[in-house]
Design a protein around this ligand. Sequence first.
Ligand SMILES: [Fe+2]
Length: 153
Amino acid sequence: MATKVGMQSDFGDALRDLIELDFDAVEAYNAAIERIDNSTYRAKLTEFKLDHERHIQEFTAILRAHGEEVPTGPSAKQLLTKGKVMIGKLFGGDNEVLAAMKSNEEDTNTAYERMNVHAGKWADAVLALERGMLDERKHKAWMEAVTTEKINA
Ligand SMILES: [Fe+2]
């Protein structure tokens, strides 16, 4: 099921959910990094995880500047299709883990696309949201390329 992140009418609420989604993504990345055997893939996942951590820092600063409450970790809501528990329990090897991460990147891409066209978007969030969307597109493109490569191999 696709994520609902970005559909809240209040921009601050939507941004809080986006941060929680990024926290969920970091946890899913940690679970995936633990499972992945191929060191090149592991390095790439570590690099992408840093992007998610940067998103959390940037959006947290923006929420604070608006005097809004900030999330400090993942929520109880399951915002990602393939969360850390699912990744940890997955049967299979690198290809199955990467396929699960690809579906997570579809969720994050959907969320960032919605946030970038949010009617109540704050002016000081524009740049960080654009950069975030570019990061998510890059992550998804890599997951697509690497899973196709492995499936065809
Ligand atoms: Fe991502």
